[in-house]
Design a protein. Structure first.
Length: 115
C-alpha cells in the first residue's frame, strides 16, 4: 500500500523502468547530535519581515529536529516568552540576546552574541 501512495509522488513523471523506485527528500537521514561543548551557536536579533517586532534568533544547532525543539522549549520557558524551532533555527519573541546567551553557556553550549 505504501508503494502506491500517489500523494507522496506528485512531482514524478511517468517511468517505463519496471525496477524504478521513487525516493523522496524526506528519506534523508538527519544530522547526528553534537555534544553541547562542540556546538557553536550564534544568538542575534532580527527585525525584517516581522512588522517591526523584534525576534531573537539562535542559529548553528547541529542535530535532529526533536533535540532542536527540546532546546527551543527550554529557552522559551526560561525566557518566559513564545517562539518556535524549525529548520535548524530557534526563534524567541523579543530582544532576549543576553539572557539566551547566558542560559546557553550555563547549559554547556558555546554561544556568542551576533549583532
Amino acid at each position: 500500500m505504501a508503494e502506491n501512495d500517489w500523494k507522496s509522488r506528485l512531482g514524478v513523471v511517468y517511468s517505463t523502468n519496471p525496477n524504478f523506485n521513487y525516493t523522496s527528500e524526506e528519506d534523508e537521514p538527519e544530522a547526528e547530535l553534537l555534544p553541547p561543548e562542540k556546538q557553536k551557536l550564534v544568538v542575534r536579533i532580527d527585525r525584517r519581515n516581522r512588522g517591526g517586532k523584534q525576534v531573537t534568533v539562535v542559529e548553528g544547532f547541529v542535530g535532529p529536529s526533536d533535540d532542536l525543539e527540546d532546546l527551543g522549549k527550554k529557552l522559551k520557558s526560561k525566557c518566559g516568552t513564545g517562539g518556535s524551532a524549525k529548520d535548524g533555527v530557534i526563534l524567541i519573541q523579543g530582544d532576549m540576546r543576553d539572557k539566551v546567551v547566558a542560559i546557553l553557556t550555563s547549559m554547556g553550549y558555546k554561544a556568542k552574541r551576533g549583532n
